[in-house]
Write a protein of this length. Structure first.
Length: 316
């Protein structure tokens, strides 16, 4: 198979790191940027990584997809709160054989895109990584870094196998999931407690796991997600929660993506990470009581933040 042309839709922590790794390894990668487009076009992209710092002096950077070439693989690394923009953004960069990989947190993401754009070839991606954007054109990679990809409506996963090989060649541990829905539930086991609790408690992962009370609460939420997955037909054992807790014990102090969104007055991914899983579980006859409580707390915080922004005239 010929070399793939990649497009990165959203060059934040995820898109900057994964796309940057591919470009640094010699792959043809085209980056869509927003606020720091001019900076990256003039100065390149800098990635500070626990696996070794690197920079891209020349970046194929764009401010609109209408200026980008057609791509074989689109890595959508936007927050799910921006997915309503995809029907306008994607058509200029996809061709009949293009595959769109949704590297995002939460549940129901591929289904939503398929409903909006039924002729797309869609896959999903789960990033197990601690990474963020430190400044214009500056990405920091703090911990972990693996990627799991899986097909949603693809007739063949041949192209995903090549994507996986390209990532591995770029130094990114990558594997293919045989059950994307199960992989998304597994990621929720970690995302549900740590994203929301970091916002509600205004803290980081290390503080949550080091305090007996919050550690127990996080574990209880993990187990609730596992039980919900089981009711939804996704077999999962409780041991996963304890393994993820041990993994978190070994992580560097970290503010999850939702905490960063809150800190920078950006919309939080409440629908994808909390509302949809709770709805799916309810449809299967299981009530996610702890998760529903956390969701309501996040809704309150989000509403208060919007009110404060309106009162003070704050704009992103």
């Amino acid at each position: 198979m010929a070399n793939l042309r990649y497009g990165v839709i959203g060059t934040g922590g995820l898109g900057g790191y994964y796309g940057g790794r591919l470009a640094y390894s010699g792959q043809d990668v085209h980056f869509l940027l927003n606020s720091d487009y001019e900076y990256v076009r003039m100065n390149g992209l800098r990635i500070d990584s626990v696996n070794g710092d690197f920079r891209l002096d020349q970046v194929s950077a764009y401010q609109a997809t209408t200026d980008m070439p057609g791509c074989d693989v689109l890595l959508v690394c936007l927050k799910t709160t921006h997915n309503h923009l995809l029907p306008a953004m994607l058509p200029p960069v996809v061709h009949p054989g293009s595959v769109v990989i949704m590297i995002q947190n939460g549940l129901g993401i591929e289904e939503e895109l398929d409903h909006r754009m039924p002729h797309l070839n869609i896959a999903g991606g789960l990033a197990f990584i601690g990474a963020g954007k430190k400044g214009p054109g500056h990405i920091t990679h703090l911990d972990l870094g693996s990627l799991v990809i899986g097909g949603y409506n693809l007739k063949t996963i041949k192209i995903l196998q090549q994507v996986c090989d390209d990532f591995q060649g770029a130094g990114v541990p990558c594997s293919i999931s045989e059950n994307l829905d199960a992989s998304r539930w597994q990621k929720l086991v970690w995302n549900v407690p740590f994203n929301g609790m970091s916002v509600v408690l205004n803290t980081t992962t290390d503080q949550i796991v080091s305090n007996p009370s919050t550690r127990q609460l996080a574990l209880e939420m993990m187990l609730e997600v596992i039980h919900a997955a089981n009711h939804c037909g996704v077999p999962m054992k409780e041991g996963l929660a304890f393994r993820m807790m041990e993994m978190t014990d070994g992580m560097v102090p970290y503010a999850p993506s939702m905490k960063l969104d809150y800190d920078f007055n950006r919309p939080m991914e409440i629908d994808a990470i909390y509302t949809r899983p709770a709805q799916k579980a309810a449809q299967a006859g299981f009530e996610m009581k702890a998760v529903a409580m956390l969701e309501k707390q996040l809704r309150f915080i989000e509403a208060r933040q919007k009110l404060n922004a309106k009162t003070t005239g704050f704009k992103e």
